[in-house]
Write a protein that binds this ligand. Sequence first.
Ligand SMILES: Cc1cc2nc3c(=O)[nH]c(=O)nc-3n(C[C@H](O)[C@H](O)[C@H](O)COP(=O)(O)OP(=O)(O)OC[C@H]3O[C@@H](n4cnc5c(N)ncnc54)[C@H](O)[C@@H]3O)c2cc1C
Length: 448
Amino acid sequence: MSEPSIVEPSRKTPVWGDYEVVVLGGGPAGITAALAAGQSGRKTILIEGYGFLGGAGTAAGLSTFCGLHAAVYGQHEQVVHGLCDDILERLRAMDGLNPPHLSVQDRIQAQAYDISAYKIAADELLGAAGVEILFHAIGVGCAMEGDDRIAALFVETKSGRFAIRGRIFVDASGDGDLAAWAGVPYEVGDGAGNMLYPTTMFRINGVDHKKAGDAWKLVPKLMEEAEKTGRRFPRKKPIVRPQRNPIEWRANLTQIRTPEGRAVNGIDAREFSYGEIEGRRQCWDVFAFIKEVTPGFDQAYIVEIAPQIGIRETRRIHGEYQLSQDDILGCRDFDDTIGVNGWPVEAHVAGDVKFLFAERDTRGFNQIPYRIVVPRKVENLFVAGRCASMTHEGQSSARVTGSCFVMGQAAGTAADLALADSTTPRTVDVAKLQRRLERDGAYLGRDR
Ligand SMILES: Cc1cc2nc3c(=O)[nH]c(=O)nc-3n(C[C@H](O)[C@H](O)[C@H](O)COP(=O)(O)OP(=O)(O)OC[C@H]3O[C@@H](n4cnc5c(N)ncnc54)[C@H](O)[C@@H]3O)c2cc1C
């Protein structure tokens, strides 16, 4: 048998540049982190593996913002503001934003957007903030300065491997890649090996919307009936809904498991690759059913299967605090609030999706503490987005776009403060950060 590993020759890696703030990942957390740092005048670079921004919101084909709204004492309102408003405004100006619609048992609002418009809106906003974007660059490791400071991020690009030096880093990779390379402790799943199940999303075109009507209510019923006669579907609670132009519908109804039935692991290269094939297979199979049985869908076709399988959960780092399900359901307050989250716990478990809401007629949102973006062990790093410091159940809620916008804006702003005050993320003056966030339009949920 051949040796299981080979020794690579050591090499000198050219430096791409020196930056004040280096952001890894261009999803919602990375976009707002880079925007906040760039708008503060910091020399900022954002590194993204794809050739466009948006993260799962574009690459995994979501096309709906969740977590921007809350049911506040029964009234639906937008509760995430700040840089989020700039993104929404730009999308609206591009005619790329639907009004909010009722989602999840009609108990909470979500808001659909046009995926291409979102990509361009993000390009333009980051460009206007002076952020350098390096697309098609994969972060692959880091160089440390001692045990607790990152000196540089290594990236692989089509022009070769480079080191990107920075003073402050923001890990917005969704997977906590940079944090893991730097030695930040983390966990994966619920402690018993279960992660939230991933989904491959697809969009359907050519729908006769007059005939289809509100078929989003009908499709789940048709699927339930078919199951009684032996047809099998990947999961319950399918979401099939019209886009801004109702000839196009989005479908969120697959569930990607290993042959043993576990959630495909997005940080296991072999499983991740297998999942792409399995996800597309499921899309094709379930679409054939929808086309056959749904009024108005007889001429419909799949216009796009998302570029990648949508991964809901991988690493969650250990930070100064872990946001939990009790915090979500109890609408908890924190002295170090950086914004709010009103999305319910949305657990993608085997074959189903389970929702848990805060009690009706409560405030309907929890505050998000600054400490969840401050990782243990490393002193010049923030971790924002779905890989921030949350329990498995807490992340099942606060992983959605609204909270990621909040965490990113706070991390980018705090990076500026840490640099200005020659301090570290852990010792940033939180009151000062909160004043800055409120000055910049963020809502911290302190008035209710
Ligand atoms: C199937 C599915 C459906 C969902 N539906 C909704 C929904 O309808 N509404 C909603 O609000 N939320 C939804 N979510 C949740 C939400 O989209 C994500 O949790 C959110 O996008 C997380 O944001 P993030 O910035 O933390 O990471 P991500 O959106 O995952 O972005 C991370 C980015 O970093 C890049 N990256 C990662 N590693 C590297 C690396 N090593 N080098 C370079 N680049 C890297 C990735 O390419 C990606 O662009 C859904 C999630 C899934 C999977």
